[in-house]
Design a protein around this ligand. Structure first.
Ligand SMILES: [Zn+2]
Length: 199
């Protein structure tokens, strides 16, 4: 079933998957942060939750073998493999028009929050409050004094995170256009979602 869904720089794409399907989020050009969300098909107001997943795994950085959960602790995504250095931020909010204003950026668009809203509107899926994304490849680390530090994503060309859907869901990935914190090492690039197999 392999199907590649390219994500142009600064844009987002969504794919609907069933329980058991396997997908990869691919860093096709290296050093790119990919904001990632998942919404239950049955009820999109239930979604992949970073805070619930941190509690479920007792980790702030998830690793292969971990199962991430929804706002109702429903298993949603299991990490099957990760060829990147393995740091995927779970703490930062998505970039948005408001965050770009907050940080004094020259332009407020594109941004990941509006990208998510566009993808969901195209799919006619009702979207509640914007969840915290799983910021794949984002190299944000917590120091011993509690500070949060951004470093450019260290993922190489072709690195991927392989995920198994544990329930029917819509996966949305945004090739983050933000340059705050230089998280994607200079000019933001593209990425891709690769559908590997059906369960
Ligand atoms: Zn972003």
């Amino acid at each position: 079933m392999n199907r590649l869904v390219p994500i142009p720089p600064g844009e987002a794409r969504g794919v609907a998957v069933e329980a058991g399907d396997i997908v990869r989020v691919v860093n096709t050009e290296g050093h790119q942060v990919v904001d990632t969300w998942a919404f239950c098909t049955a009820d999109p107001l239930e979604f992949l939750s970073m805070e619930h997943s941190r509690s479920a795994t007792y980790r702030i950085l998830f690793k292969p073998g971990d199962t991430l959960v929804s706002t109702r602790f429903r298993p949603m995504l299991t990490i099957l493999a990760d060829t990147s250095p393995g740091i995927h931020d779970t703490l930062h909010a998505a970039c948005s028009a408001e965050s770009n204003r907050f940080f004094g950026m020259a332009s407020i668009r594109p941004n990941c929050e509006d990208n998510l809203k566009e993808v969901m509107a195209e799919r006619r899926v009702r979207l509640g409050p914007i969840p915290c994304p799983w910021n794949l490849f984002e190299h944000a680390i917590v120091t011993p004094d509690g500070s949060l530090i951004d470093e450019p994503a260290s993922a190489a060309v072709g690195d991927y995170v392989e995920l198994r859907a544990e329930t029917a869901l819509v996966l949305v990935c945004s090739a983050c256009p933000s340059t705050v914190g230089d998280i994607s090492l200079g000019t933001p690039r593209g990425a891709a979602i690769e559908l590997i197999s059906q369960g």
